[in-house]
Ligand binder design. Structure first.
Ligand SMILES: O=C(O)CCC(=O)C(=O)O
Ligand SMILES: [Fe+2]
Length: 299
């Protein structure tokens, strides 16, 4: 089975961000990933002042992290991240830069005015019942039908990659049908049946992914385009680069909403940097032939 080229870098980036954020926020219970998003922000996209646990059904959310995959001012214009806790701050995207903050902390994103902004967005929980890997495994291991009930555009990429299988792969598992590991669910009926006979889908450990993941470890740092070595100035696994923040006027924000100051701005984690470069490389080829303007949304 051919692995999606996105899979291993995504697993690596996701795990590197999780580990780093866990350490940075020093949460005694640790963090489980509740949601992994690879998000495209196109011109006009923005998000007003909010916090990430602002619905009754989001109370399990403990923290959020956004790992920027491309560069503000070069790959896109606008899209500044504004944070309102204590001293207002503005963070501009740079590949590998991560912001992490508490789920109750108030923030917003300025409108994107040109280009395309890519983020790896992770929401974290401390409640095992809301871990996305656990939930997916339980769901997929359960009896058919196993439809996730989402429109195909939310889980199928333009090249046919099924993000649900990727997520399963991230946990080191695969779906097997008729003795073959499934790479794509195209053509499979969503309700899990073929006529009267049910699909014999099984969960299987996917040694290929685990092996790739184990081998991935820490490859030599690629050279950066500006000629400097990759890696961080602080040394060790999690160096803190000079924060690229500026003071920002956040007139609309209600300071009373802001709680614990847990913004980790301007961090470049070495391991994240490697993974981000790999994800970025993949994204460069990722355009839909049918509708170039809707990179992630066409079917
Ligand atoms: O992309 C960002 O900088 C922040 C996104 C955000 O606030 C969200 O997705 O809730
Ligand atoms: Fe948010």
């Amino acid at each position: 089975m051919a692995l999606s080229p996105l899979l291993v870098p995504m697993v690596a980036a996701r795990e590197a961000v999780r580990t780093a954020v866990e350490a940075a926020l020093s949460l005694p219970l640790g963090l489980l990933i509740e949601f992994t998003g690879l998000i495209s922000w196109r011109p006009g996209a923005s998000i007003g002042w909010h916090h990430d646990a602002n619905r009754p059904y989001l109370q399990q959310r403990a923290a959020s992290a956004v790992c920027y995959l491309n560069q503000a001012g070069r790959d896109f214009e606008g899209g500044a991240f504004r944070f309102q806790t204590g001293t207002p701050q503005v963070v501009h995207a740079a590949p590998g830069r991560v912001v992490a903050y508490g789920a109750q902390d108030s923030h917003c994103v300025d409108p994107i005015t040109s280009g395309e902004r890519f983020t790896l967005t992770l929401w974290f929980t401390q409640d095992p019942a809301h871990s996305e890997d656990t939930r997916l495994l339980v769901q997929l291991a359960g009896p058919v039908p196993r439809s996730l009930g989402l429109p195909a555009s939310m889980w199928r990429l333009p090249d046919g990659t099924d993000l649900r299988l990727c997520r399963l792969g991230m946990a080191g598992f695969a779906l097997v049908w008729q003795g073959q590991v499934l790479h794509s669910t195209e053509g499979l009926p969503e309700d899990g049946t073929t006529g009267s006979s049910q699909l014999q889908l099984q969960l299987a450990v996917q040694p290929g992914v685990l092996q790739a993941w184990l081998n991935w470890q820490s490859p030599p740092r690629p050279h950066r385009p500006d000629g400097t070595e990759g890696g961080t100035s602080g040394g060790g696994a999690c160096g803190v680069a000079a924060p690229a923040v500026e003071q920002g006027g956040c007139a609309e924000a209600n300071p009373a909403e802001a709680t614990v100051a847990q913004l980790v701005a301007g961090i470049e984690f070495g391991s994240v940097q490697d993974a981000v470069l790999a994800v970025q490389h993949f994204l460069q080829d990722w355009s839909c032939v049918e509708c170039k303007s809707e990179t992630f949304r066409c079917e």
